[in-house]
Design a protein around this ligand. Sequence first.
Ligand code: GLA
Length: 390
Amino acid sequence: MSYESVDEGVRALLQTVHTAFERTFSAQPELIVVSPGRVNLIGEHTDYNDGFVLPAAIDRHVVIGLRPRNDRQVQVHAADFGDTATFSLDHLVRTQHQSWANYVKGVAWALMGDGFGLNGFDAALASDVPVASGLSSSAALEVGFACAFQTLSGFELDGVRRALLCQKAENLFVGMNCGIMDQYIVSLGKAGHALLIDCRSLGYELAPLPAGVSLVICNTRKKRGLVDSEYNTRRAECERGAEVLGVKALRDVTPEQLEARQGELDPVTYRRCRHVVTENNRTLQAVEAMRGGDLARLGELMNASHISLRDDYQVSCFELDMMVEAAWKQPGVYGARMTGAGFGGCAIALVDNEQAEPFAAQVAALYKQNTGLDGEIYICRADDGVHVLA
Ligand code: GLA
């Protein structure tokens, strides 16, 4: 296998994977799958309201080395945890221990449930997507293994259907009621671009990232407890709002309509709806700003998104607010906001290329000063979605 075209990060992961595979299975892998994490530029908590999102796949990855087997056994070694999970495709059960393996089992379960015949394999994986940080390490794992099953078992699966099956695995097998955004962008991301995804039609448009800016991801390193968090409560509040307003989903409501019917909603539901309805608008405007190269406008929309998530949707937290406020103060920043589900995890800032390095140092220092915590800053670029390495 020739890895000449891969970047440094993937190359380091490949080395780990090869070593781990050799040590675990006394052989070399025959197939390599590379699956990215993701960051969302804007359009937060809109996907499960049939709305719009604008994420990008990033140059942080899960790398999986594989070798087919002639039976129905699956063995997966996670080099980062020094842990091997073994299971049969005929007996897929969710377990408390080795919870990471539930994502692999869930994907097998969803694929077989849709009628795909699967073969077993041996696999070793390594990742530099931080876990439980809001960069979708779990979607990277799911979509990576869906791609592995599809390649090794020899069937076609288009990117949208693959994302839907991975979402189904996460919803029904793992037990996290997420929307479609994460699996979709990991499945279909394009280098140098964000994707404007219409979460109702499941179509997308490419939105080229303007030249001269970096995606700077600022990790608070406050772990989110997503499954236990308020995520499901927010979903229920949105559904209640849609029901009172007599629409299929909040996607179908304009800010003016919501304003006119405020009196019919209790104050909390009204604020939740206001976030979703205005966020959909901001997301569409953000794509316009990107197309017109208007970085100042794009940044303003990102800042407004953070305020709405903080005050109306109430999914930010002290650490995220401190990180975002530190980012807002720096030279060269166009905009910054929390990204992902919230309650910890990461913020995303759009920063002038020239200023990205000093930005990273200053934000980390200010965050430390205000919280006592060591955050982590990653200067990223938009990368391709899942792929097999040739
Ligand atoms: C998580 C979910 C996504 C989406 C975001 C919030 O990442 O997995 O489906 O709802 O939160 O925008």
